[in-house]
Write a protein that binds this ligand. Structure first.
Ligand SMILES: *[C@@H]1O[C@H](CO)[C@@H](O)[C@H](O)[C@H]1NC(C)=O
Length: 683
């Protein structure tokens, strides 16, 4: 019973695996929004293609040999067949020994400075490899076909004994006597030559970690000419960039590719990159294709001092043969081959963030295969911002603000100055009114002083008059007394003499009183009070004039402030109009400064337009909107009819201010940008 079961099980397994083998181009998951981790072999239904449009910008080389021409070196070099086989074995041994595949078990012999072909420390291996490998060698090993495991890992199909001997991880059958062998390398400084190698970090990391991909048409495990390498970041997490957007602590770089590959850092799981490689090889049909025998691409991590950073990665390295239908167009760092999907800038994540995630010095194309939609070739591609669940910002590329429009800045400054002038004018009016009130008080006081002085003078004059009357009376009395004395004759009585003497004394006294009253009369005080009054009245008139003038000035200042506030509002409206589209602003001619938005950091969607046909090619700011980012609160879908569908992402070397210079257009400083995440759909 159990024996039957075992046989059935094995038979079933074999069948399933056989079915899998050769069908690694699987179909997409049912959720069309799900990020396509392997879009290059997604939705690839050849019968759905429009003839003549297999894909953009490339001619597929249909002249590929169906299997590796074992005789190619011998034909070139006129060697006999028997010799070929033994050479083949030596080469296989030597070459595989130098692959990551082998090195897991035998140690790494690459990087020791010796040429690979001379490095044959295990030449005795021939003696025992043939026992298991040799019978199927030409037909199985030489193809090094790729295969996919149930857990969606990709490997190569080799005899089981070879897989375990080479240190790979066998994961089920993929053909007669072969297993799908997963090759994972978790070391630094190693060199690999096998397709579908997974690279992971070692347990302890130093200050850098690199992996070299060696391409050489002389290698048996590379029977096909390789023209691209695809890196799939199954997981990828190193330190975040600094506030300026520079990968200042950790950085990942690709060295040696024929296209420009941006340096990246941060979180990049789910992202991919295509590296163009001009395959190198020895003589091909008697002609030197390239004098360089091989090509090396190095993937390099550098780690800064931040020891707390959690660093991890798992990078699948796929070597894509020349002429394959799934190659990316040559100038595309990323390539998507599905009618719908998600794209995002490196290090974009759906997370709430208070730090910069946008990376500097990006400059690459994201390309999309033109798909067939309802049996017609797609005529346009639409992009809209990704829905976010966790507070991420789906569009945040160096924000232009109204301040980047010098006209608006000038108008704003004018409005602020005018508003300040109104305040000053109001203060002036208040002060003038205070002065007026004081002047009025002073006039009142002066008038009272004049009145008091006049009253005092009148009293003094009255006193003088009274003293004068007293004197007159005393003189009359004296005259009466003298008359009486004369009338008394020669011998007047003593009392009459006494009366005259007394009268004379009274007159003298009255005269003294008159003199005193005379002296007391002081009209100068009245004059002085009068003068003070006149001065106070003049001051009052002046204060009244000052109040009138201040009030007039206030009215003028208020009118100017209203005008300039309106002008500022109009100017910032126009700034928002220009915000998104790379329009150059020219400030007031006297200023001479020209500022542009979306000049240094932007997403280029050629022919992009919104539903109302407003068109713009450069997008930046906080919204995807051709009508302008700064003043527009919403992102809108943007569609382009221009094929082949592609967008370009570019950032400069700083989030800081770009200072105006000779031939340098200034731009304001900006931070906290996150990059972009967009959903695309071909229609
Ligand atoms: C490498 O593997 C990928 C994916 O499994 C496959 O499409 C490609 O053809 C393989 N490359 C070569 C050179 O066989």
């Amino acid at each position: 019973m159990s024996r039957i079961c075992l046989i059935v099980c094995v038979a079933l397994m074999l069948q399933v695996c056989q079915a899998y083998y050769g069908h690694y181009e699987h179909f997409p998951s049912s959720n069309p929004d799900e990020f396509a981790a392997h879009p290059w072999n997604y939705v690839y239904n050849p019968s759905a293609r429009v003839p003549g449009h297999q894909f953009e910008g490339r001619v597929i080389n249909r002249q590929q040999p169906s299997s590796y021409p074992l005789w190619k070196h011998s034909a070139d070099n006129e060697v006999g067949e028997g010799e070929v086989e033994s050479r083949l074995f030596n080469r296989l041994t030597a070459n595989l020994l130098n692959a990551g595949f082998f090195s897991n078990r035998f140690g790494n012999n690459v990087g020791n400075g010796k040429p690979v072909k001379n490095s044959r420390p295990f030449s005795q291996i021939n003696k025992w490899i043939p026992l298991t490998v040799n019978p199927d060698f030409p037909s199985v090993i030489s193809k090094f076909e790729s295969c996919t495991t149930f857990s969606e890992e990709e490997g190569i199909c080799v005899p089981g004994a070879a897989c375990s001997l080479f240190g790979g991880r066998p994961t089920g059958s993929c053909g007669l006597k072969s297993v799908c062998c997963i090759n994972a390398v978790s070391r630094c400084g190693t060199t690999i030559t096998l397709n579908n190698t997974y690279w992971q970090p070692p347990v302890t990391l130093g200050s850098s970690c690199s992996l070299t991909i060696k391409l050489d048409e002389g290698l048996l495990e590379q029977p096909k000419e390789i023209s691209q390498i695809r890196l799939d970041f199954t997981s990828f997490s190193i330190s975040q960039p600094n506030a300026e957007g520079n990968c200042a602590t950790d950085v990942f770089k690709v060295i040696g590719a024929d296209n420009v590959v941006p340096a990246i850092c941060g979180d990049n799981a789910g992202q991919h990159m295509y590296l163009n490689v001009l395959s190198r090889g020895p003589l091909r049909s008697g002609k030197a294709v390239n004098t360089q025998p091989s090509k090396e691409i190095t993937l390099n991590f550098e780690f800064g001092a931040l020891s707390t950073a959690a660093r991890m990665w798992n990078i699948q390295i796929s070597m894509l043969p020349k002429g394959a239908s799934y190659l990316a167009p040559p100038d595309c760092l990323q390539y998507f081959a599905a009618a719908r999907g998600r794209i995002s800038s490196f290090n974009w994540q759906d997370v709430e963030t208070t730090t910069t995630r946008q990376l500097n010095n990006q400059n690459y194309n994201i390309c999309f295969r033109t798909e067939e939609i309802e049996r017609k070739r797609a005529s346009e591609m639409c992009l809209s911002v990704c829905p976010v669940k966790n507070g991420g910002d789906a569009f945040s590329i160096t924000t232009p603000t109204a301040a980047t429009n010098p006209a608006a800045a000038l108008a704003n400054a004018q409005a602020a100055a005018d508003a300040a002038a109104v305040t000053v004018a109001e203060e002036t009016v208040t002060a003038a009114q205070d002065t007026l009130a004081t002047a009025q008080t002073d006039v009142t006081t002066a008038e009272e002083a004049v009145a008091a002085a006049e009253a005092t003078l009148a009293e003094q004059e009255a006193n003088l008059a009274a003293a004068g009357e007293t004197l007159t009376q005393a003189q009359v009395d004296l005259a009466t007394a003298q008359t009486a004395l004369e009338a008394a004759g020669e011998d007047p009585p003593a009392e009459l003499i006494q009366a005259v003497t007394d009268a004379e004394a009274v007159v003298a006294e009255a005269q003294a009183a008159v003199d005193a009253a005379q002296a007391a009369v002081n009209p100068a005080e009245v004059a002085a009070a009068q003068e003070t009054l006149t001065a106070a009245q003049t001051a009052l008139v002046d204060a009244e004039t000052a109040v009138t003038t201040a009030e007039e000035n206030l009215a003028l200042a208020q009118a100017a402030a209203t005008d300039s506030a309106n002008a500022a509002a109009a100017a910032s409206d126009s700034a928002s109009l220009f915000g998104a589209v790379g329009t150059v602003f020219t400030a007031a001619p006297a200023d001479g400064v020209t500022t542009a938005t979306c000049l240094y950091d932007y997403l280029l969607i050629s022919g992009g337009r919104d539903a109302t046909n407003i068109e713009a090619d450069r997008y930046c700011g906080n919204e995807l909107n051709p009508a302008g980012s700064a003043g527009q609160a919403v992102s809108v879908p943007v569609c382009t009819p221009i094929k082949s569908f592609r967008i370009t992402y570019r950032t400069d070397g700083t989030e800081g201010e770009v200072v105006e210079g000779l031939n340098t257009i200034p731009a304001p400083a900006d931070e906290l940008n996150t990059g972009f995440c967009l959903v695309y759909q071909e229609k």
